[in-house]
Design a protein around this ligand. Structure first.
Ligand code: IPE
Ligand code: IPE
Ligand code: MG
Length: 250
């Protein structure tokens, strides 16, 4: 089965999961962390190269202070608890987003786990925290503008690859498969640039209920998609036939 190299997930629905059970939202986030652990484990097992998880958006600061505080605590505890097992599984943990707004303790923990897992060669786990797709494009453009101001780059020489190369994970492949749980059919300012040709998969399942069986459904959906990148279906068949002839000839 054709597997995606990079899976990007908007983990949504913790609050509704808790509400259905007459529990506080925090209980939903806790259950969400548990689902996250299972999905990370499944992706390691399946040899996925990159897994990106939208943990906290640049807009989530609008939530009640108490909920934001709980989430920050869960991030800190989660990182403390999981770093060892991730390290043992050769996972490289990286964060994308503007981390300045986090408290010092959390920032230091983020730095620490990144450094600890930096040389790992297995799956890259990208955690998007205080991340926004618009922020990512804007920080890339700002870097280019500085280069122009310093005379290192001509404004008219700027191409889409210049912008792409300054995005926050330009060394990794773009997501092949985007998953969003909880029935919302929107991107909510996730990787706007990098999702240009991703296959999109939406499921009504709430994040705390998203498990390996649900992941397998998304992977089966992906395996059946034909990615055309602007070509016609006939052209894609021709390309596939040419590759097959080539493979047989070597
Ligand atoms: C996703 O679940 C987790 C975060 C945004 C941090 P929500 O908290 O958005 O859950 P719903 O959408 O209210 O159900
Ligand atoms: C998107 O979910 C962000 C994360 C999952 C971290 P939200 O629940 O915040 O998105 P909206 O507000 O419904 O679009
Ligand atoms: Mg939500």
């Amino acid at each position: 089965m054709k597997l995606p190299q990079h899976i990007a997930i908007v983990m949504d629905g913790n609050g509704r999961w808790a509400k259905q059970r007459f529990l506080p939202r925090l209980a939903g986030h806790r259950a969400g962390v548990e689902a996250t652990r299972q999905i990370v484990k499944s992706c390691i097992k399946k040899n996925i190269k990159v897994l990106s998880l939208f943990a906290f958006s640049s807009e989530n600061w609008r939530r009640p202070v108490k909920e934001v505080g709980h989430l920050m605590e869960l991030f800190l505890i989660g990182l403390e608890r999981e770093v060892g097992i991730l390290y043992d599984n050769n996972v490289q943990l990286r964060f994308i987003g503007d981390r300045h707004r986090f408290n010092e303790k959390l920032r230091m923990k983020m730095q620490e786990v990144e450094t600890k897992t930096r040389d790992n060669t297995g799956m890259v786990l990208l955690l998007a925290m205080n991340y926004g797709g618009q922020w990512d494009i804007y920080q890339s453009v700002q870097q280019l503008a500085l280069e122009v101001a310093e005379g290192k780059l001509l404004a008219l020489a700027i191409t889409p690859s210049h912008i792409a190369n300054k995005l926050s994970f330009s060394d990794l492949p773009d997501p092949d498969l985007f998953i969003r749980t909880s029935g919302e059919i929107r991107i909510s300012n996730f990787m706007l640039w990098q999702l240009a040709y991703s296959e999109l998969y939406f499921t009504p399942t709430l994040w705390p209920d998203f498990n390996e069986t649900e992941l397998d459904k998304a992977l089966a959906y992906f395996a059946n998609r034909e990615r055309r990148y602007g070509n016609s279906s006939e052209q894609m068949n021709d390309i596939a036939a040419a590759v097959q002839t080539y493979d047989q000839s070597i």
